[in-house]
Design a protein around this ligand. Sequence first.
Ligand SMILES: C[S@@+](CC[C@H](N)C(=O)[O-])C[C@H]1O[C@@H](n2cnc3c(N)ncnc32)[C@H](O)[C@@H]1O
Length: 240
Amino acid sequence: MKWKTNAPIWLLLFVVGCQSPNMTGGASDKESAAQVNAVVSGTLAPVYAPLAEQIVQDFALARREGLGLDVGGGPGALTVELAKRSQLYWVDVDINRNHLTTLADRAKAAGVADRVGFLGADVQALPFCDGVADVIVSRGSYHFWADTKKGFAEIWRVLKPGGVAYIGRGFSRDLPLDVARSIREKQGSQMQYDRSEHAALLRRIMKELGISNHKLHLPNPPDGSDINYGIWIEFHKPAN
Ligand SMILES: C[S@@+](CC[C@H](N)C(=O)[O-])C[C@H]1O[C@@H](n2cnc3c(N)ncnc32)[C@H](O)[C@@H]1O
């Protein structure tokens, strides 16, 4: 029974293990995964439920079935919150395989292990056929991709006609101000970046990839203060 519950997660890793022999997950990857998980489970913990709620509502995912990908999902906090709120099967696609067990534990604790999987893969070479994913999300990852445009091109290729992608960094637009402020204070200077530079990059990539149906989101705090709520881009692939 236990094996059955975790079967999708382990099966996916095995399949990818056969296809990507160069991603072995060394000691530094282990440390990096542990560090990411500490932040995700600590400072950033309040971010994921409201963000998943916003994504599910904005894109009417509550009753949608099919495949969702969380690219660079890390320990899978957003992946699992999305699985809790939709009928989609969610796969956390992350270059660092050491996130697998944390994701598996998180999915099991939330009662969604039968609809959550993990795939160790680089966004720049997604091991999926064209047009298979109904929804693709990614939080806090695109700025780590060596070739950002290639990552977005792969997401576009894998997105199903009629599908939607929501890629970015930061918070949902309705995250309470005191929560957002507290997170930014704890993060210190490491999360100070120029949103206009990121906006220019994302717009340029959309233009170069010929993705016309896109919308940039720059959520702002309700009090007009300068707390950085992040930057997101939403894009839709036309239905056939
Ligand atoms: C800051 S963590 C964010 C984790 C998670 N999305 C979250 O918001 O909690 C960035 C994640 O992106 C992953 N990542 C970085 N480069 C990647 C790539 N080229 N392909 C896939 N994942 C990547 C890292 O391994 C890491 O788990």
